[in-house]
Design a protein around this ligand. Structure first.
Ligand SMILES: [Zn+2]
Length: 684
């Protein structure tokens, strides 16, 4: 596409069945926000759109669990989610919701037009049915084994393990998620979108048309689906929560949430356009509009296959120019999970790190899961803050502002002759908007954020090399020039940091007393950003150091979650078969004292122990090295099964076995007498 006239940027509609966490921000909302803010800064016409998805089957499920109506659930989480976006500076032009009237009307009309044009297939088919719940089972109401990868907890519409999208009847061994019953089958009529009919168009449009500009992870997934062949997908459901199917014969049926949700982007645009006095159709139907969908990888099939097929079948609509889906973000090595509370919740983060939204935005961008799954760790978060934001960006700005106030009462000094270094630095600064912009336009936000930090690095190095605090004693004229150059770099940083660090950018603009209208282009094209005699304000810290104990507290919090989850999941082994007293007396268990302990070479788990068991001192090999260091167990009394037949373990003969049990955090504990007793004492 040659220079688009306007941009429609959509960010995935979050389900209102829980608050949002760092995975959502990293995967979708921060990159989309950087993109939207950047485009506005270069003067583009942008509609940045999202909203709450309030018709997911997960919502009535959650409502049932909490014993309230679905409306209570969506109202509660819509409010929390919307506030989190405001708090983190996600600059939506409109954040709507799919329970709104305008959306119900838009989605119904969309269906009706397709229906009238004969774009659906009607089919009476056998569907899974839970007689006890009196309900058909689809999507999240049914779990079973994925026919593709064998994952046993796959949902009816999509497997969370391999990402395959399928029909509920494809599941092997399906079970109702409501009652746990094995479903029966019952006939029901539904409307299907014949995706197979659109296969040729999709192949041509994506496989031929977007081979070069779509991300390899997105292109690869789409290609594999197309190669598997597409099948008709039902766009209606037997449910009482959702948008009623606008047909007389469809009583008690609603539109499938994945049919209505993406239309939510259109309704949200309509709502915004009406408010702003714009024409929404320009943003969805004109060829010179660039449509970009920001999503996580679990949504690729819907945004690259199903929604485009809908748009094409409906007619009049443009197709997405790109779908820069991200991979997943993990947290401290484990998959983020709402149900397991394995997450950093945005509202909690702000309570614990008040006013530090930009630190999280920066960390999540610098470590974004753009091409593969990535890990968020608190240590890395601390390092990015302390070593980059504080030590480079913050340190540079603070020095510039403090010195300008100290030497010149906050007035930008007139420069004298520029040295070659000054000229080079000023020229280099002018290149940054272009470099950063190019990365953003290619959806390489990590790279872009590193370039932003490189600009701060350039400034920091310039000051460190030129040392105005030393030169001031020798050559006051030279210091005027140095400070003038440093102030220009600071102003450039205030502008180009805006997409990434909007709160910091604002603060910095206030400190430098910069006109908010200073644009991206100005950094490259203006001869000066901060003219001589311009008055700046007093210094204020942009970032502050995050201490070790703050990070340790976060890690402990996660550790506590892990222990709670493990306890909840702990299965108590059922009782073994009954034995006679005689069987027990065969076991010769004695109390002994550990005299020596050392690691068995080339093993992770094994310790070689010397234990005094009263009768003798013997060697025992025990798999306890991951729970104990050798030093900490010397002198401990333990229980030992001494008449176990000796056996060689890793070349060492073990003459007995130490009795152990498991602790809730997955470590081992000794089973030992409560008081000190004589070695060799029997346990019976
Ligand atoms: Zn699977």
């Amino acid at each position: 596409m040659s220079a688009p006239k306007r941009y429609t940027i959509t960010a995935a509609l979050p389900y209102t069945n829980g608050p949002i966490h760092i995975g959502h921000l990293a995967g979708v909302y921060v990159p989309a926000d950087i993109y939207a803010r950047y485009l506005r800064l270069i003067g583009k016409d942008v509609a940045y759109i999202s909203g709450s998805d309030e018709h997911g089957a997960a919502i009535p499920m959650r409502a049932k669990k909490e014993g309230v109506s679905p409306q209570v659930i969506i109202d509660k989480y819509h409010k929390i989610i919307k506030q989190s976006f405001v708090d983190f500076g996600i600059s939506f032009d409109n954040y709507s919701r799919t329970s709104s009237k305008i959306h119900h009307e838009t989605a119904s009309a969309f269906f009706t037009k397709m229906y009238n044009d004969g774009e659906f297939i009607e089919e009476v088919s056998a569907q899974l049915y839970d007689a006890e719940a009196n309900q058909f089972l689809a999507d999240r109401f049914v779990v079973g084994t994925c026919p593709k990868c064998g994952f046993e907890e796959s949902y009816g519409d999509q497997c969370e393990s391999c990402g395959t999208s399928h029909n509920a009847t494809d599941l092997i061994n399906p079970k109702s998620a409501i009652t746990g019953n094995i479903p029966t089958v019952k006939e029901t009529k539904h409307w299907f979108l014949p995706l197979d009919k659109h296969e040729d168009f999709l192949r041509k449009w994506i496989l031929e048309g977007h081979k070069k500009d779509w991300k390899p992870n997105v292109y690869g997934q789409v290609k594999s689906w197309l190669e598997d062949g597409l099948r008709p997908r039902a766009v209606t459901r037997d449910l009482d929560w959702g948008i009623p199917v606008p047909l007389k014969e469809a009583d008690g049926k609603v539109l499938y949430v994945w049919f209505d949700a993406p239309i939510g982007y259109i309704s949200a645009t309509k709502e915004w356009a009406a408010r702003e006095g714009k024409n929404w159709e320009d943003y969805w139907k004109k060829d010179d509009t660039k449509l970009v969908h920001f999503i996580g990888k679990d949504n690729i099939v819907f945004h690259c296959i199903i929604f485009p097929a809908m748009l094409k079948a409906h007619g009049d609509y443009i197709l997405p120019d790109n779908v820069p889906a991200n991979e997943f973000l993990n947290l401290e090595g484990n998959k983020l999970s709402t149900s397991k509370n394995w997450a950093v919740w945005l509202h909690e983060y702000l309570e614990e790190f008040p006013n530090q939204q930009d630190v999280l935005r920066y960390t999540l961008t610098a470590n974004a899961p753009e091409s593969k799954d990535n890990d968020f760790t608190w240590k890395d978060f601390q390092a990015k803050n302390n070593n980059e934001l504080v030590a480079i960006f913050g340190n540079f700005i603070n020095r510039v502002v403090v010195l300008t106030n100290k030497y010149y009462d906050g007035i930008v000094p007139a420069p004298n002759d520029f040295s070659e270094i000054d000229e080079d630095v000023l020229a280099a600064v002018k290149e940054f908007p272009n470099t950063i912009g190019k990365s953003i336009e290619r959806y390489r936000f990590r790279e872009a954020s590193q370039e932003l930090m490189n600009l701060a690095r350039l400034g920091n190095k310039y000051l460190a090399d030129e040392e105005p605090w030393k030169v001031i004693k020798l050559d006051e004229k030279r210091v005027q020039t140095i400070m003038y150059v440093a102030l220009q770099i600071s102003a450039a940083l205030a502008v180009v940091s805006e997409p990434f660090l909007p709160f910091t950018s604002n603060k910095l603009k206030t400190i430098l007393n910069i006109d908010a209208s200073l644009s991206w282009k100005n950094v490259t094209e203006n001869a000066v950003l901060l003219p001589t005699t311009h008055q700046i304000n007093k210094a204020e810290l942009l970032f502050s150091k995050i201490e070790d104990q703050e990070i340790e507290a976060q890690i402990e919090k996660l550790q506590a979650t892990k222990i709670a989850n493990e306890q909840e999941n702990k299965v108590i082994t059922p009782q073994k078969e009954t034995i006679e007293f005689e069987d027990f007396t065969k076991l010769d268990i004695r109390v002994g004292t550990i005299l020596e302990a050392e690691k068995v070479a080339k093993t992770k788990k094994l310790l070689k122990l010397k234990v005094d068991v009263g009768i003798d001192t013997r060697t025992i090999v025990s798999g306890i090295s991951e729970s104990f260091s050798p030093e900490e167990i010397i002198g401990l009394q333990v229980s030992v099964l001494i008449n176990l037949a000796p056996r060689k373990i890793k070349g060492v003969e073990s003459q007995g076995m130490i009795l152990m049990t498991d602790t809730p955090d997955g470590k081992l504990a000794f089973v030992a007498p409560e008081k000190v007793v004589k070695n060799g004492q029997e346990v019976n």
